[in-house]
Design a protein around this ligand. Structure first.
Ligand SMILES: Cc1cc2nc3c(=O)[nH]c(=O)nc-3n(C[C@H](O)[C@H](O)[C@H](O)COP(=O)(O)OP(=O)(O)OC[C@H]3O[C@@H](n4cnc5c(N)ncnc54)[C@H](O)[C@@H]3O)c2cc1C
Length: 221
């Protein structure tokens, strides 16, 4: 008798959750497909979140010489004429490498990667719309929804990606600003505040709470 489903597992989203879920199931012999709507695999972890922000932090520290300030006590203003392209260069290389690793990991485990936007038809059916508007129907015993999250856009803030960015579009910024206001003192806001301060920008961090990062020790915050 043939199996009632096309796959044992269909995963929607290729961020850290989707990638690991797909690879783990395939490792245990399951037939797995993974659907991703973005042009690149890796989700926020690789493309807009964890990895780019950490790489930018390291790049900012390097270009500003911040780590040597205490040692030599000389002026470590930003390298003259540093362009955004230079500043972002290292991030792009690191992202490329990580994307290749994810692709290789999924291929090694025999996970079928399908590019397109997934929508649930029912508890066992996923419809995938591709760039060519053709739809593909996948059925599975189990569906893992690992679609992550995206930056919140409060209606009173007119995002334009020219002067007002969110934590994704900041990576596409065309110039390094002299002054910057960051709204939100959580991990992402605090992290970018450190990055742009290291780059010499005058940063104002705005938050409604009494203190930053309430989940860490007060002294650290
Ligand atoms: C600036 C920043 C810094 C961060 N730093 C850290 C850190 O230091 N440490 C840490 O642990 N976390 C950090 N994070 C958080 C971390 O990036 C996320 O928690 C993590 O990426 C979530 O993984 P995920 O797999 O759940 O979702 P995501 O990584 O968001 O992946 C979801 C994927 O699903 C895809 N998708 C969505 N809808 C569909 C659909 N309908 N069809 C097909 N595909 C779809 C998306 O395109 C995306 O690729 C940071 C985040 C940001 C923004």
């Amino acid at each position: 008798m043939s199996a009632p489903w096309d796959y044992d597992l269909v995963v929607v989203g290729s961020g850290p959750a989707g990638e690991k879920g797909a690879a783990q199931a395939a490792y245990f012999g399951k037939k797995v497909a993974l659907v991703e709507r973005a042009p690149h695999l890796g989700g926020a972890g690789i493309n807009t979140g964890t990895l780019p922000s950490k790489t930018l932090r390291e790049t900012a520290l390097y270009f500003s010489g911040l780590r040597q300030r205490g040692l030599y006590g000389i002026d470590y203003s930003l390298k003259e004429g540093l362009t955004v392209a230079e500043f972002m260069h290292r991030k792009d290389i690191v992202i490329e490498n990580e994307r290749d690793l994810i692709e290789a990991n999924l291929a090694r485990h025999g996970v079928e990667v399908i590019h397109g936007t997934a929508a649930l038809r029912d508890a066992h059916t996923v419809a995938v719309s591709g760039a060519d508007d053709r739809q593909r129907i996948l059925t599975a015993a189990v569906i893992l929804i690992a679609t992550g999250s995206s930056p919140h856009h409060p209606p009173q803030i007119p995002f334009d990606d020219q002067a007002i960015y969110d934590s994704d579009s900041i990576l596409l910024m065309q110039r390094i600003p002299k002054t910057m206001a960051i709204v939100g003192g959580g991990v992402i806001g605090s992290e970018y505040a450190c990055v742009f301060t290291a780059l010499g920008a005058q940063v104002t961090l705005v938050d409604t709470r009494e203190r930053l990062l309430p989940f860490v020790d007060a002294e650290l915050a």
